[in-house]
Design a protein around this ligand. Structure first.
Ligand code: ARG
Ligand code: GLU
Length: 696
């Protein structure tokens, strides 16, 4: 009897101690369902994912391919982050109608703003197509043969899928190409902006608070999906009507307490949890520092200009946020990898792997994997670092160099054929128009001066005085005429002749070398993954994130980042006021919010202690792409909106440490409070289904 108790206790401990992982929603039955329920969930696997009945997954939409969003009303009202709708909010903003600064609220359907190009995609169903995709793929094939076999299989699978005419399909590799899943999707292209708080709420704390806890950001915005009269996806039309969803999330007014179950449902972008130690070492010690240095140099220039000029602030808002976000994340990632000793942990794990190979007599089959990694990464280092330096300068930060990159591609196309040239010219023209929509020569020139010396000794600022491409009209004029004359004019442009040799070197040398080594590394990673699952089957394997729908779960939990420090898992409006710096570009607070705080006018949104909750922490394993994902309670109600991770745990894309990895969510009661009390948009609150799961 006692023995049984001990065994049971052990099992329970094992299960509840397990954390981390991003799981495939169609495969939750069994291990995941049991784990979730041991953490307090009352949901079954079928409540979450079902293809015969509506289920929670029907409310979860991929927002423009990057973020996540969820339907929260029977009229297609959609919730996502402020930073996910940022581009749309920016595009409707001007000095006269500064929605970035002041917020935007549609008080009726007529006032909702259409967004060209924006789409939301739902998952209709998921199928395991591993067998069909890997049919005839044998170990003796080299990578080219393997790929062509897989391509043929893919065509066959795609042809045989049963789907409605308006539905789409996607096939994605999992476990480094050891499994394949097919997704039938439904995409809506008429998605309108409904509401956004001012940046002083939606982006409160900006870069200083980004990736950091304690956090006080109301990072949300609202959209609405429109469909045709038959409730089917349709391009934008005045005649479209609000979409009636298969499922929408009820919103809980009861909030969370420490240790409550939470589940985050969304589209995590990319993780690399099974890299060998040599790879993690190279990424964090060689590649990250270079990328960080280049972005830091660019940001210094952009930030100073944005602070000095409102026009530049609006123009560069999205660009700056994009550059700053990864910059700060990489710094945190490096700190976390060092602090957690991740590289040593990985080495230790690799020793276990080697031992397991020996004891199972599988050295012949898999014994050279780690050696291969070591040799490959050794060869890879220089190319790896230089490729990312090029990308940071010529794609991520400096826009004149970005234009030169595209123009060089156009000249290469011109050498192929007239058709290729015409196609490339159209695409360059569109790109130049896009860049110049939000372009300031002074800022870009400053960025050039700051980042170029980090890439080459060949720096020449005078190209900015001579080139046609810092002015859209001059640039478009240069691109007019027949092929020969355009190419001739191009090769007389100072910026072009300056950049072309560097771009050509990238395309002719750096990139091919990178791709060929990277292919070999991926092949080795494919075999390593297979070997791990075979010789150490008791480990907990979840597939790396790949922008497909996943479930991650955990509980509300604080953490201890360093000796004697413990962070509570919940923040309150009082904390916003503590951080308040009047007039500051990061920590200003809108007048109206100060008044509501003074009056303690929180309505039904206050916590039991009378305070207004802002954000909370959980142990859910999330990554970029999980922005805007719903945090769901034990009964399937919406309680939070995921938007970030804590500084000490940003390395979770490479190494998940349950002690310090936490995701950050906005408390839904703060979202409701802003919509209701701050914006007075009761029309929106009335659409939602507010529930009291705990008080019933
Ligand atoms: N760090 C969060 C994410 O990765 C929020 C980013 C918001 N952008 C910003 N620069 N504050 O997307
Ligand atoms: N903010 C991130 C995003 O845009 C999510 C936070 C994270 O990377 O964990 O998806």
């Amino acid at each position: 009897m006692r023995l049984l108790r001990v065994i049971l206790l052990f099992i329970v401990f094992q299960v509840s101690a397990q954390q981390g992982g991003m799981w495939i929603p169609s495969l939750l039955e069994g291990m995941n369902e049991t784990e979730m329920q041991s953490l307090g969930s009352k949901l079954t696997a079928k409540d979450i994912y079902d293809i015969n009945n509506s289920s929670i997954k029907d409310a979860i939409g991929h927002f423009n391919g990057g973020c996540t969003s969820e339907v929260i009303s029977p009229k297609g009202l959609l919730l996502t982050n402020h930073h996910c709708g940022f581009g749309q909010i920016q595009s409707h903003s001007s000095l006269e109608n500064d929605y970035l600064k002041n917020g935007f609220w549609a008080m009726s359907l007529e006032e909702e703003l259409p967004n060209k190009g924006l789409y939301v995609e739902f998952i209709v169903r998921i199928e395991d197509v591993t067998e069909a995709m890997l049919e005839g793929v044998t170990d003796d094939l080299d990578s080219r043969q393997r790929q062509s076999k897989i391509d043929i299989n893919r065509n066959k699978v795609e042809k045989n899928v049963k789907k409605e005419t308006w539905e789409g399909i996607k096939i994605r590799p999992f476990y480094n190409g050891n499994q394949y899943y097919l997704f039938v999707t439904e995409r809506f292209n008429d998605v309108r902006l409904v509401g956004a708080p001012p940046s002083s709420i939606g982006k409160f704390g900006s870069d200083t608070d980004n990736w950091v806890w304690p956090r006080h950001t109301g990072d949300f915005s609202l959209f609405r999906i429109y469909a045709d009269k038959n409730n089917k996806p349709a391009e934008y039309s005045k005649d479209n009507v609000p979409y009636i969803p298969k499922h929408y999330l009820p919103v809980s007014l009861d909030g969370v307490e420490e240790n409550d179950f939470t589940m985050v449902f969304g589209f995590p972008g990319r993780t690399n949890e099974y890299l060998p130690a040599v790879a993690v070492e190279q990424i964090t010690q060689k590649v990250n520092p270079e990328k960080i240095a280049i972005r830091e140099a660019a940001l210094k220039v952009i930030d100073a200009n944005m602070k000095a000029d409102d026009q530049i602030r609006i123009q560069y808002a999205s660009k700056q946020a994009r550059i700053a976000n990864s910059w700060k994340k990489w710094i945190g990632e490096n700190l976390g990898i060092n602090k957690s000793g991740a590289i040593d942990v990985k080495r230790e794990f690799e020793n276990e792997f080697t031992k397991a190979l020996k004891s199972q007599g599988k050295e012949d089959e898999y014994g050279n994997i780690l050696e291969n990694f070591k040799a490959l990464y050794g060869e890879f280092e220089k190319v790896h670092v230089n490729r990312y330096k090029f990308i940071e300068v010529f794609l991520s930060t400096n826009e004149l160099m970005h234009m030169m990159l595209r123009l060089t591609q156009m000249e290469n196309a011109a050498n192929r054929s007239d058709d290729a040239f015409e196609k490339a010219r159209r695409s360059v023209v569109n790109r130049l128009k896009g860049i110049h929509k939000n372009y300031n020569v002074k800022v870009d020139r400053g960025v050039y001066e700051a980042v170029m010396p980090l890439y080459t000794d060949n720096v020449d600022v005078s190209i900015y005085d001579k080139t046609a491409f810092v002015n859209l009209d001059n640039a478009l004029a240069l691109l007019e005429g027949d092929k020969a004359s355009v190419i001739k004019k191009l090769n007389n442009d100072a910026a072009y002749t300056y950049a072309k040799p560097m771009v050509m070197e990238f395309f002719n040398e750096l990139e091919p070398k990178f791709q060929s080594l990277n292919t070999k590394i991926n092949e080795t990673q494919n075999i390593y993954m297979k070997a791990l699952m075979e010789v150490m089957p008791k480990e907990r394997y979840f597939p790396d994130a790949n922008s497909t729908l996943r479930v991650t779960y955990g509980k509300v939990n604080g953490y201890s980042p360093r000796d004697a420090v413990y962070y509570n898992p919940v923040t309150y409006l009082d904390g916003v006021i503590e951080k308040y710096v009047p007039g500051d570009y990061e920590f200003d607070v809108p007048e109206k919010l100060l008044e509501l705080y003074e009056a303690k006018d929180y309505g039904q949104y206050a916590d039991e202690n009378g305070k207004l909750p802002i954000c909370f922490l959980g142990t859910n394993h999330t990554t970029g792409g999980n922005s805007g994902s719903p945090a769901i309670d034990a009964e399937g109600n919406l309680i939070g909106l995921n938007f970030d991770r804590v500084w000490e745990g940003t390395m979770s894309d490479i190494y998940y440490d349950p002690e310090i990895c936490r995701n950050i969510m906005v408390d839904l009661r703060y979202v409701l409070f802003i919509i209701d009390k701050y914006a007075g948009a009761n029309n929106l609150i009335d659409e939602m289904k507010l529930v009291h799961p705990k008080k019933n």
